[in-house]
Design a protein around this ligand. Sequence first.
Ligand code: BMA
Length: 325
Amino acid sequence: MVRNEKNIVNIPWEERPKDFKGPLWRYSQNPIIKRNPHNNLARVFNSALVTYQGGFIGIFRGEAITGVPQLYVGRSADGINIQIDDNPITFVDESGNVIHTNYGYDPRLIAIEGVYYIVWCEDFHGPALAIAKTLDFVTFVKFEHPFLPFNRNGVLFPRKIKGEYVILSRPSDSGHTAFGDIFLSRSRDLQYWGKHAHVMERGYEWWNGTKIGAGCNPIETSEGWLLFFHGVCNTCNGFVYSMGAALLDLENPSKVLYRSAVYLLTPEKDYETTGFVPNVVFPTSALVDQSTGRIAIYYGAADTYTCLAFTTVDLIVDYIKKQAR
Ligand code: BMA
C-alpha cells in the first residue's frame, strides 16, 4: 500500500490494455511532447512533474536548436498537455545574484515539507549534480554543488529519514560513462552531504549490466521504498536504456529488499528506438494517487520525446517480488 502521498483525482491515467498482461503499460497517445514543441525548442525529454494548484507543473529538459540542454518550467492542467515556457530558468544564489550555467539536464523535482527541490546535472568542470529550491516556480535559488564531479542522476527521497535528507546519486566520468552504481548520501541541511552508502550495483542480467541510475523519486509503500531506475546494456551499436524497479528498506534505504531481475520497459516503440539517441527509455518522474495507488511515470524516449507509462503500487510491488533475483 502507498503511504504519505496525496489524492490526485486528475492523475493522468489509462487502463491496462485488455490483451496486455505486463505490470506496466505505455500511454496509447505517446509521445505527449513531440519534436519542436515551440519555436525555441527542438526536443523536450527526461523531465519531472509534480501537482501544483490543482494542476501540474514541471521542470523540463529542453534542447534549443543549438543542441544545448537547459531547464524550463512547464505547466499543465491534466499532466498530459503541457505548455513549456519560452525561456530557460534563471537561477540565483542565496544572495540573489544570477548564476550562469553552461548547460543543465535530467531534472528531478520533489516537494519536501512544502518546498520544491530540483536536482539536475550541470557543468562544474564536468558533469556534476546541482540542487535548487523554489516556492513559486518564479524564483529558483541554487545551493552549492552537493558533490564533486563527476556525478549524475541525483534523486531525493520525498521525506527526511531519521531527521536527514537522503539522496541517491550515480558517480560517473566526464563522458558517456561505461560503468556506474547507485549510492546514497545523507544531509541535515541539503548543503553538507555524508554518511555515503552503496545501494545497488549494476546487474549481472545483461539489460542492466553496464550501469544503472536512479530514475523517479522513491515512492513510500508499506513494502519499502519503490524505486524506478534505468539500466543500461552495451551493444556493438551503443547503449540501450531500459527501466527496472526495486524495493528499498524504509528505515535504511541503502538496503535493497527486492530488485527485479527483468526490465519493466525496454525500447520497442518507434519513438523509443528512433530519435536523437536511439534505444533510450529514461524514467525521471512519477505521480502517485494515494486513494487508488495509480502511478503515472514520465520517461524520456530516444532523447527526443516525453512519454507516459502507467502501473499501480499493488501490481508493481507484487511483480518486483515475483521477479526478484
Ligand atoms: C545519459 C544521460 C541522459 C541520456 C542518456 C542516453 O548519460 O545523458 O540524459 O538520456 O545518457 O543518451
